[in-house]
Design a protein around this ligand. Structure first.
Ligand code: NAP
Length: 483
């Protein structure tokens, strides 16, 4: 029976992974951590039973723990439950992959255009070493863990959230490192969609290393949706974030819109900004609000990398004095305009350091968002956060439906007023049957606000088979779980 005091749920805090001190090496973890439902709304009765099973947000800010703070202990399990398969996988396997996923999340906002990957090396039911990918040009998660473990990696099992690569990119092939280290078995969650890197599992099998695919695949997929969509379609993953009053208004009739959402909700918005490659707004929002479009989660100003700032300005009406065109406020600025926009204005913007990209119009005064996204995809932009006014929201959701995920913050207030803009403007749909249907994925609180995460029907989904288990492994539904 493991010593209760030795049961710690967080591996070493060294961001590049490390071999934990012998005294801190964990024994067999005690049980699957309980799913917390702290995010539930107070009026739980209103939520369908089971809906909160999916109540997880893989992109929540990483819960760093203060050093030395005692961690909550879960009750010790019955030892015989440990190796018993819960579904297709045992508790033990799920536990270690969950650790790898937790580590992978540390790469939020750091790794693009690479994926977030975490790795855990396990020997005799103890974590030997861990690693996570910190960004392009830096070693992959598997290499970090293997380096940290050194010779003791021989005979260990590797849990990694993405299929190990077999190619030489900015770093060498992970498959070579795994074979050379003498790892005996590799668990990986999802295949690598990058045609250059995929096939690592085959290489490992050919070298006599057993591989198992599909452990916590859904979670690993959701963590890297940006990377996967871009690899498979060359278009960015699109998130739309909006805040409204309980009666659906995004501003008052006089145009006052700052701030509808609470500080906690706005912090979450900055956390989203910090994780995406680009932020996109409409011309009217840029003109009225003069936003910086920088990522400032929890007031931190310095990000290692600021997302690209994009604005839809068909006739290039925006004045150069806006913060958007001041490089000291954020990332580089790209203005999308109509092909017939005045060349003199485009030259002035370029002079100020902005890129100006003409795209065709879809309707008078409305740029084709499909073309805007294609253009961003060709610049290796894997994710775009749209912060729309009513006009841009209806363009993206009703007219062109280019959005993959929606974050809505509902503030506990009514604004009223026929002239106050609603969340979506435009003409709207004629009939209820034409409504843009959504799947609600998550409902939680952000301070006083309600935070709804939903997915429009028809948003990007991985191709059939991407999340499936290989034929020789009995497929069974993975229960949704927090980690
Ligand atoms: N609560 C929130 O979450 C939130 C978020 C953002 C903004 N807002 C508020 O929303 C208000 C502005 O919203 P808005 O509806 O007036 O304007 P908007 O959506 O910010 O901008 C619309 C303008 O963008 C240009 N555009 C070019 N292509 C477009 C396309 N395909 N679809 C849509 N627009 C395109 C057009 O400029 P031209 O007119 O030059 O043709 C269009 O008039 C502000 O008061 C702002 O404070 C609230």
């Amino acid at each position: 029976m493991p010593d209760r005091r030795s049961l710690r749920s967080v591996p070493g805090r060294d961001p590049l992974g490390s071999v934990p001190d012998r005294r801190t090496l964990r024994s067999v973890p005690d049980s699957l951590p309980r799913r917390t439902e702290q995010d539930q709304l107070p009026h739980q009765g209103a939520i369908k039973p089971g809906a909160l099973e999916n109540c997880r947000d893989l992109w929540e800010p990483y819960p760093e723990k203060s050093s030395g703070a005692p961690e909550r202990q879960t009750p010790l399990p019955r030892r015989d439950a440990w190796e018993r398969p819960m579904t297709h996988w045992t508790d033990k396997e799920r536990f270690f992959m969950k650790e790898a996923l937790r580590l992978a999340r540390r790469g939020w906002g750091l790794v693009s255009p690479n994926p977030m990957v975490g790795a855990v090396l396990v020997k005799r039911n103890k974590i030997l070493a861990t690693g996570w990918h910190t960004g392009p040009g830096f070693p992959h998660a598997e290499a970090v863990a293997l380096n940290a473990a050194g010779k003791s990696a021989k005979g260990s099992e590797l849990y990694v959230t993405l299929e190990p690569c077999r190619h030489t990119g900015r770093t060498g092939p992970c498959t070579d490192a795994i074979v050379q280290a003498g790892v005996s078995k590799v668990y990986y969650s999802i295949p690598d969609p990058n045609p250059l890197a995929e096939g690592g599992a085959r290489v490992l099998e050919d070298s006599g290393i057993e591989t198992r695919r599909g452990l916590m695949a859904q979670q690993a997929y959701e963590l890297n949706q940006f990377f996967i969509k871009w690899q498979l379609t060359k278009k960015p993953f699109v998130i739309l974030k909006t805040a409204a009053s309980l009666d659906g208004k995004i501003a008052t009739h006089s145009g006052d819109s700052r701030w509808i959402s609470s500080k906690v909700a706005r912090n979450y918005g900055h956390h989203l900004r910090a994780g995406v490659d680009a932020i996109l707004i409409g011309r009217a929002t840029a003109a009225k609000d003069d936003p910086e479009l920088s990522a400032r989660p929890w007031g931190r100003r310095k990000m290692h990398r600021e997302p690209m700032r994009c604005v839809l300005d068909p006739s290039l009406k925006l004045p150069l004095e806006l913060k958007l065109f001041n490089p000291s406020y954020g990332g580089r600025t790209t203005v999308f305009c109509a092909p017939e926009a005045e060349p003199g204005k485009a030259a002035a913007l370029k002079e100020a350091g902005a890129a100006v990209i003409p795209v065709p119009l879809r309707a008078p005064g409305r740029l084709s968002l499909e073309r805007v996204l294609e253009s961003l995809g060709s610049m290796d932009v894997q994710s775009v956060l749209i912060e729309p006014g009513a006009t841009t929201a209806s363009s993206t959701l009703i007219d062109e439906s280019v959005v993959d995920l929606i974050h809505v913050f509902i503030a506990p207030m009514f604004l009223g007023g026929d002239g106050a803009p609603g969340m979506l403007g435009g003409e709207g749909v004629d009939k209820l049957a034409d409504a843009r249907a959504l799947d609600i994925l998550r409902v939680s609180r952000k301070g006083p606000d309600i935070h709804i995460v939903c997915r429009p029907k028809g948003a990007f989904v991985p191709p059939p088979g991407f999340l499936a288990l290989p034929e020789d492994q009995t497929a069974s539904a993975e229960p949704a779980e927090e980690f």
